[in-house]
Write a protein that binds this ligand. Structure first.
Ligand SMILES: [Zn+2]
Length: 151
């Protein structure tokens, strides 16, 4: 039984994405933290939080948040409050591997980074909606995108 969710978490996640895009990373992290406090199992809120941690340079906690999203798995994600679409759930997991690979690279774990990147590539394909085009993958955390729609 899932606990009732605070509907405000979507507003906090949207605020986090907007602040992220404006380059206001502390504000993005603050809004994303509130989204996760309101809805700790929301994959979209966890994603906003992970992205904000990552651009703030907190690679360790960002990696932990991406691991948490990956650990939810496509079934639980596609039954969640903000992502009810299997292809978007698979895309969220694939993109978590991609962002994780960049965090690992910046932390000096190049082998683990390459594994995570390979995992991202393996998961791409029909039925997996990444927010990135294959010819536009970020190669550094400063180039990551955060915004994901509620689907
Ligand atoms: Zn949600």
């Amino acid at each position: 039984m899932t606990p009732p969710l605070d509907p405000q978490h979507r507003l906090f996640a949207d605020l986090a994405f907007s602040a992220f895009e404006a380059g206001h990373y502390p504000a993005s992290l603050s809004a994303a933290s509130r989204a996760v406090e309101s809805a700790p199992q929301c994959p979209r809120s966890l994603w906003a939080y992970a992205c904000a941690l990552q651009v703030a340079g907190n690679q360790e906690e960002a990696a932990a948040a991406y691991d948490q999203i990956i650990g939810l798995g496509p079934r639980r994600i596609s039954a969640s409050c903000c992502c009810r679409h299997k292809a978007h759930a698979r895309g969220l997991i694939a993109d978590s591997y991609l962002h994780l690979s960049l965090s690992l690279k910046e932390s000096g774990y190049s082998l683990a980074s390459k594994d995570a990147f390979a995992e991202h590539l393996d998961r791409r394909g029909p039925g997996c909606y990444s927010i990135y085009r294959l010819d536009g993958l970020p190669d550094h955390t400063s180039a990551i995108q955060a915004r994901r729609p509620v689907v």
